[in-house]
Design a protein around this ligand. Structure first.
Ligand SMILES: [Zn+2]
Ligand SMILES: [Zn+2]
Length: 334
């Protein structure tokens, strides 16, 4: 009889269960089987659970922030090698891919979103989407993906030493952007409406914190990042961009957003989208974690066992302001 595993599955909005499936024993050509050790939970997972994700077919095995070990030796990959998984499966042949931007591949399939993810014991992944984790603890390795989104945004925004930077939205993605902007020597300000989130930012050593409600944040930033996920906040952010400055939108919303052209033009502002991350950003994050520039322990709010996830997921979704990162422990993370 086939060996079975439990997969954390959203059957439909509001219904999350552990569903039994056979443990994969073979991978397609060029793919590698990975035994998952840890999987981060994030806003995307909560959106899938809430039925708020724009492009999603149910049922879906969630899990896109993944770390584990090679389960079956494959060319270039020895059995047991610890790995970080890049969950953005790209086609390799579209114009974006050919121009070195697989993060915005026209046919992108994100594990745990467009196809089944890794909230389970074992998953197959394209070999080119694996990075050796080396001596990085696997719990920290499961946090690389969300931090890479922030690192990518900072690279997109070309943040330089001495820049005045504003990050709006102090959730995990915004905090990631703030950490990598600070690492580049920028003066980083953070704006959020939630006191708990500003407190978390303070815990990471950020001192220039602004409560959006009191409107005290001054304008004139060299680079503004939006990680709020709210159309109104994205529109309001244009006013914080200084003359000659840039506005990087990490958020995605289903609404249209608009801005004043005369205000935009007089600033000669740059408006930049930032989507996902690339191998370069994953490498930046892994280096930062190894060097202690970013401390995984400071970002890890809670460990959850896979068996407890059906109970904990709705509770965590309802309590997101208190969390930076919850990580589901699937296997041996030592
Ligand atoms: Zn995520
Ligand atoms: Zn492509």
């Amino acid at each position: 009889m086939a060996q079975m595993m439990l997969c954390g599955t959203c059957l439909e909005p509001g219904r999350f269960e552990l569903v039994a499936a056979p443990v994969p024993q073979t991978a397609p050509e060029g793919w590698v089987l990975v035994d998952i050790a840890a999987a981060g939970l994030c806003g995307t997972d909560f959106h899938i659970y809430a039925g708020k994700h724009p492009y999603l077919n149910y049922p879906r095995v969630i899990g896109h922030e993944l770390a584990g070990r090679v389960a079956v030796a494959a060319p270039g990959w020895a059995l047991g090698v610890p790995v970080v998984i890049n969950p953005y499966v790209s086609c390799g042949t579209c114009r974006a891919c050919l121009r070195g931007k697989p993060n915005c591949c026209t046919r992108i399939e994100v594990l745990g979103v467009h196809r089944d993810g890794g909230m389970c014991a074992r998953i197959a992944v394209p070999a080119s989407n694996l990075y050796p984790a080396g001596d990085l603890p696997l719990e920290a390795a499961a946090m690389v993906e969300f931090l890479a989104i922030g690192a990518h945004a900072v690279r997109r925004g070309e943040v330089a030493a001495g820049d005045r930077v504003l990050v709006t939205g102090a959730g995990p993605i915004g905090l990631g952007a703030a950490l990598f902007a600070r690492d580049r020597g920028a003066e980083v300000h953070i704006l959020d409406t939630t006191r708990a989130r500003l407190d978390q930012a303070a815990g990471l050593g950020f001192a220039d914190l602004h409560d959006a409600i009191d409107g005290q944040v001054s304008d004139g930033f060299d680079v503004v990042f939006d990680a709020t996920g709210h159309a109104g906040a994205m529109e309001a952010g244009f006013a914080h961009v200084g003359h000659g400055g840039s506005y990087v939108l990490i958020s995605v919303v289903q609404d249209r957003i608009s801005f004043s052209d005369p205000e935009f033009h007089k600033r000669e502002a740059r408006l930049i989208g930032s989507r996902n991350a690339t191998a370069e950003d994953f490498a930046t994050v892994m280096d930062a974690l190894r060097m202690g520039v970013v401390r995984a322990e400071a970002l890890l709010s809670e460990r959850v066992a896979l068996a407890d996830l059906p109970t904990r997921l709705p509770e965590l979704a309802a309590d997101r302001g208190r969390l930076i990162k919850a990580v589901v422990i699937m296997g041996d993370v030592e």
